[in-house]
Ligand binder design. Structure first.
Ligand code: SF4
Length: 240
């Protein structure tokens, strides 16, 4: 029931993700699944080389050693859904704000395209639509009807598949319960063949994501900035 104070009721959820860098093989299944689920515009090579990348989740590659004794390290990077998000405080029209579930939300039809948020994001996970997205036939048939197609001139980014979150919350509320652990996965986590991405409710201490977030290998990407990301990384296990 709505509180009489006019404040929103406390949410039982704080969505977060654990990324195990020891499990990631760099296969990019998560990137493709995210693109298909979220109607992420098709990128062409010519635009990519102009640094107009479009991926709500990207796999960064780091090399260690010299050939032939060289090792690759992969780092999936997506919106960190920071509790103290640097993007939110610079938006002049409140197009990006914090939801009661701990999500960093983007309201596309408020965005006026100043890109202040993108410039203030240390993880560079906000993408500007420099062009009107096009899906040549028959690719237009694969667009997800649950997700808005963003037009030219707005910023877009990972939402933790908010359409799936809202559906799971609705179904759980209809059944008079909260969303159970493991009931809900964003497209990237669902597609990952090595289980490197684990999503869930950080407010539930028994959830898998909460347990992993307290693992001894845990760290935050640029954690020293104090933005309190909801994405937790697990260090690679090195052979000794
Ligand atoms: S799908 Fe999993 S293993 Fe493949 S790149 Fe993404 S996080 Fe890494």
């Amino acid at each position: 029931m709505q509180q009489q104070t006019g404040e929103a009721p406390m949410s039982p959820y704080k969505w977060g993700m654990v990324v195990d860098t020891d499990r990631c093989t760099g296969c990019q299944a998560c990137v493709v699944a995210c693109q298909a689920e979220n109607n992420v515009p098709i990128n062409e090579e010519s635009r990519f080389v102009e640094h107009r990348a479009k991926e709500w989740i990207r796999i960064e590659r780091y090399w260690e050693g010299e050939y032939p004794n060289i090792k690759a390290h992969f780092l999936p990077v997506l919106c960190q859904h920071c509790a103290n998000a640097p993007c939110e405080m610079v938006c002049p029209v409140y197009a990006t704000y914090h939801s009661s579930d701990g999500l960093n939300v983007q309201v596309y039809n408020r965005c006026v395209g100043t890109r202040y948020c993108g410039n203030n994001c240390q993880w560079s996970v906000r993408y500007f639509n420099f062009w009107e997205p096009e899906w040549p036939e028959p690719l237009n048939s694969q667009l997800n009807p649950d997700v808005t197609v963003r037009s030219q001139g707005v910023i877009e980014k990972c939402t933790f598949c908010i359409q799936r979150i809202n559906r799971a919350k609705r179904e759980a509320a209809q059944a008079g319960r909260t969303v159970a652990d493991g009931e809900l996965q964003p497209a990237c986590a669902q597609a990952c063949p090595t289980d490197a991405l684990v999503f869930g409710n950080l407010k539930d201490p028994s959830s898998r994501v909460s347990q992993l977030a307290n693992d001894s290998r845990q760290y935050r990407l640029l954690g020293g900035l104090g933005t309190e990301p909801a994405v937790v990384y697990l260090k690679k296990v090195e052979a000794t």
